[in-house]
Design a protein around this ligand. Sequence first.
Ligand SMILES: [Cu+2]
Length: 314
Amino acid sequence: MHPFSEIETGIKNCNNHVGENMKIKSVATLMGMSALAFYSSMAVGSKYNFPEPQSVIAQDIYDQHIVLLWICLAIFVGVFGVMFYSILKHRKSLGYKAANFHHSTTVEIIWTVIPCLILVVMALPATKTVIAMKDTSSPDMTIKATGYQWMWGYDYLEGEGEGISFYSKLATPMAQIENREAKGDNYLLEVDNNLVVPVGKKVRVILTANDVIHAWWVPALGVKQDAIPGFIRDVWFAADNPGIYRGQCAELCGKDHGFMPIVVEVLEEEAYAQWAAEKLAASSGASQVASANIEMIADASEAIEAAEENSENN
Ligand SMILES: [Cu+2]
């Protein structure tokens, strides 16, 4: 007797036994599924879920994540359903006689082909998204982010705000880190200088590092890329909404790896223009002060030299 016809007969017999129970079971399954669906719709705002997507790429990633979870759930229910059914209905105590076979080409082909098809179905949209993530062509502006142990440096290379350059360091007070003060809402996710960008513009971020490998990761914007010393990598994002989006270095980079957060502040276009103008004016003012200082130092050292010469002559 072919093993499968034996299983089929088993299923038919069981169907007769549990016929009336099937209805209750289907109702229970339906209720379970709708509870899960309800939960996953609630989960968007949950702190255990991804942050709310704020860019096209982040939305793509989020949607695929949810679809994959449903596929995983279906596989889980399918596999464990068959497994528990087999264990419960064919156990020794019911007097079930074990089938004695150990090879079936048909079943091996089925359990190879079906997972392959599932993988292909999952890989298609994922590949499309990865290709879109890598397309950093024709950006509205370009910013270089440099990873340091342990902070980020930002240089606005192209586009509005070109020439702006600053470091962005952790702003959480030591008292909070050492538990002498209550921890704030954005504990270890706040910096002194936010990376400010305009809303809706394609921002290309060029990444490198000055010492060890770091990684620039802002989940809400769907961006995560290693910053490698001596190499240039790039990513892009276009933020959908103004707001503040927080991220972290995502590469174990030394003892203060957890103390180099990233804060991207997305402003409306006019607000951004104003910020950029102020920042540029402040930095040109600062460089004027610096060059004035250098002149003063030069004058002073000349005066000292002259005084020394005088005293030598005397
Ligand atoms: Cu780092």
